[in-house]
Design a protein around this ligand. Sequence first.
Ligand code: NAD
Length: 260
Amino acid sequence: MKLKDKVCIVTGAASGIGNAIAHRYASEGGKVAIADLNVDAAEKAAADIRETFGTEAMAVAMDVTSQEQVDAGVAKVVEAWAAVDVLVSNAGIQIVNPVEEFAFSDWKKMLAIHLDGAFLTSKACLPHMYAQGSGSIIFMGSVHSKEASPLKSAYVTAKHGLLGLSRVIAKEGGKKGVRTNVICPGFVRTPLVDKQIPEQARELGIPEAEVISRVMLGQTVDGEFTTVEDIAEVALFFAAFETNALTGQSLVASHGWFME
Ligand code: NAD
């Protein structure tokens, strides 16, 4: 059991990648808080985890762009379980449009969810991690933390920004036992990606099948999607890694779409 009794907060865990991470952490004995805007789905995910693994799991209503909600959510977890060992800042959305048509309000919304969300959840968890002298923070980046694609200005900007924030926290937290790393997935078939397929087909004027085969998977070594389970495995690796040897790093899992 790599995370026995470790308290893990995963944002955006009511769906997709975050949900798979929460399940994987519970399978290793972690106590998991499913922090999400979608409270009903978060409750369902927590109930499923309790039933499947017999571990403790709770839903936490949280809009990661609200300092008040983030602080209240983290306080609720600490009140129940008296620690925060792992934070996965994963909540995210996608909005695609060329820059000249990108609404400023959409730009601000994207930066708020991805960057303010990572900042606010880290800011709320760090005092607890520093007090206990240990902790692991994981940001959900993307291949778009390292690579650009048309139509994704806000997403690419925000995902690049996460690398910077992660490195600063790694330097500030090192002597206090806190590590921080970024996971950079390629395309993973979740609701976030399913929504993009028709949108990109429309914007690029190509069939949906071509969006998948050429735009999303054309640069991979095998034409395969990365899976939520693949990313959950990387998230477990970072969460359970015990020393500062691995901090301020980012790991790309993308079927070879992006190599470094
Ligand atoms: P998803 O749509 O399946 O899940 C996202 C979750 O985040 C949902 O449960 C949603 O309710 C929640 N959420 C959205 N806004 C929120 C907010 N303001 N506060 C709290 N929760 C909020 O998406 P996913 O594909 O699982 O994406 C998860 C993360 O992985 C995102 O950060 C995304 O950018 C990143 N990512 C996804 C892919 C991919 O191909 N799916 C690739 C690289 C990175």
